[in-house]
Design a protein around this ligand. Structure first.
Ligand code: ZN
Ligand code: ZN
Length: 243
């Protein structure tokens, strides 16, 4: 037994030497198990009290935001543990645009508990990640939502089924590069549920997963598609919500 412990301790030391733990934003050396160095951690902001429907910060959990009172999103709720910004934004951009996929592993402990709680509280049956268009996935070499989800499920030990039931069949411009007013029209007709996935969605309570929610336009377009396929409840979960 002592021999096994010594070998595993040697393995950890060797891993630290070959792959030292680094901050997900600035790459400086950190303790293994942390995602950010102390300086970058100071820029992280937990989501303040927000609209229960769309997670837009409102200053109170009891207040539904003006937009949701007039035109509620076609989701039952959006859950976001963090406000998008600071060095969390740097880390997510490193994942998406610099192919730094280790960031997905580092971020997992920061949002996996929110995913697990949402699944438990809303009694959700299946997780559906919002996909990239195949052409962007091919350019990028990976789909960040799939990798984020894999690590979060491992951290939270989730057994909820995952269905890649949404297809993005239009190659739309990157939402983050568009002004807010153009985001909704950019996504009209962007998603569908292929026939072979209809039974995975009909009558199901769905977690819709995205890395970041800004206006909610992407989640709304995906949720409308899932509703048409028969989803009975849709809760969006993201790592971070932009104001
Ligand atoms: Zn840092
Ligand atoms: Zn709202």
């Amino acid at each position: 037994m002592q021999m096994v412990q010594a070998v595993s301790r040697f393995g950890a030391l060797f891993a630290d030497w070959v792959f030292p733990a680094t901050c997900a934003a600035c790459n400086s050396g950190i303790e293994r198990g942390a995602a950010f160095c102390e300086a970058c951690r100071e820029s992280l902001t937990p989501l303040p009290p927000s609209c229960s429907r769309c997670a837009q910060p409102t200053g109170s959990f009891a207040v539904t935001c003006r937009r949701c009172r007039i035109h509620p999103l076609p989701l039952d709720s959006i859950v976001a543990p963090w406000l998008y910004g600071g060095e969390l934004a740097t880390a997510i951009k490193r994942l998406k645009f610099n192919s730094d996929i280790a960031v997905a592993r580092d971020l997992a402990p920061m949002w996996a508990p929110a995913l697990a709680i949402a699944i438990g509280v809303h009694e959700l049956d299946v997780i559906v990640p919002i996909p990239l268009h195949w052409r962007r996935r091919w350019q990028r070499g990976f789909d960040q939502n799939t990798i984020l989800l894999q690590h979060a499920m491992r951290v939270a030990q989730l057994k909820t089924p995952v269905a890649f039931a949404l297809r993005r069949h239009r190659h739309t411009p990157e939402q983050s590069r568009l002004p807010a007013a153009a985001r909704q029209s950019n996504l009209v007709g962007a998603f569908d549920v292929p026939p072979r996935f209809q039974s995975a969605i009909a009558g199901k309570r769905v977690v819709l997963l995205d890395d970041v929610v800004t206006t909610g336009a992407t989640m709304a377009a995906a949720a409308r598609t899932l509703r048409r396929a028969g989803a009975t409840r849709i809760v969006g979960v993201c790592v971070a919500r932009a104001e």
